[in-house]
Design a protein around this ligand. Sequence first.
Ligand SMILES: Cc1cc2nc3c(=O)[nH]c(=O)nc-3n(C[C@H](O)[C@H](O)[C@H](O)COP(=O)(O)OP(=O)(O)OC[C@H]3O[C@@H](n4cnc5c(N)ncnc54)[C@H](O)[C@@H]3O)c2cc1C
Length: 286
Amino acid sequence: MTAAMYCARGGKQTLVLGNIYGSQQSMGGLYENYPGFPDGIQGIELSERMLAQAQKYGAENQTEQVEKIVHLGDFFRLKTENWQYEARAVILAMGAGHRLMGVPGEMELTGRGVSYCVHCDGALFRNKAVAVVGYGNGAARAVIYLANICAKVHLLTAREALVAEAVYLERIKGLSNYVPTFGAEITKIQGDQFVTGIEFNARNSPRSLKVDGVFVEMGMKPNKELAESLGLETTPGGFVKVNRLNQETSMPGVFAAGDLTGGRLQVATAVGTGASAGISALQYLG
Ligand SMILES: Cc1cc2nc3c(=O)[nH]c(=O)nc-3n(C[C@H](O)[C@H](O)[C@H](O)COP(=O)(O)OP(=O)(O)OC[C@H]3O[C@@H](n4cnc5c(N)ncnc54)[C@H](O)[C@@H]3O)c2cc1C
């Protein structure tokens, strides 16, 4: 949306394809570290404001998923389920999705106790016991959020410590209903209709916990299918490879920004790379 705002404001006919409510940004809850909002801003409000700003300068939004992009000489054809569009330049910003645990019960019980979004589903587990599986800032934020709602919050992490920003670790220290288990490898989610527990190996011994919810915070993987089918180069980590000076990809006329290109995976960096990609697209179009 930042890239679209720059392109529209730069006088180009600009189309945003995709649904802003399906973004990580909209699902992120309260953002306390996006500059300009000392009291924080809710992700959905930020998304709506960004789209409104792009639209103010003439950008249009169609809430369609792009299924394929084809390179046809000096333009690109973008196919959605019902329609197709042509563009002389394309800026890819499909973001990233959640990494899965990949254990039995995960897929079957997703939406029935297994969740990837504390801000969406946390309130369903009021006064219940839940497990957060993961590490890093995502897991730390999930623990802090859930500890205000749930009776008990277990952290199960394969690592030997929770590695997160100091501000989060400090808040976690003060929680009385937080129980961490380090060196835990998840093996199964228990439950028939709904989650009833979680099984794991800790220091090579099989263990289990009775929980009503499992929140997965295992990091992100880029939504790179469109980029791959276009034949763009990727990094060893699987992100779309860009020139960090201008967000150019390996294909002239295609730029990329945000989580799709790896790095810090933050709103502020997505906005920064989006601005750079937008300016580069304007220069490319002349
Ligand atoms: C729970 C949570 C908490 C977070 N906390 C913070 C925080 O405190 N601070 C911070 O800076 N960041 C935080 N983040 C990360 C931040 O939200 C992301 O880094 C940021 O949203 C990345 O922006 P993006 O535009 O690259 O991707 P997204 O925001 O994910 O947007 C990608 C968009 O592309 C669309 N899309 C994907 N595929 C297609 C397709 N084929 N066709 C059309 N559209 C498509 C999606 O629907 C979506 O609208 C958090 C994220 C989550 C989930």
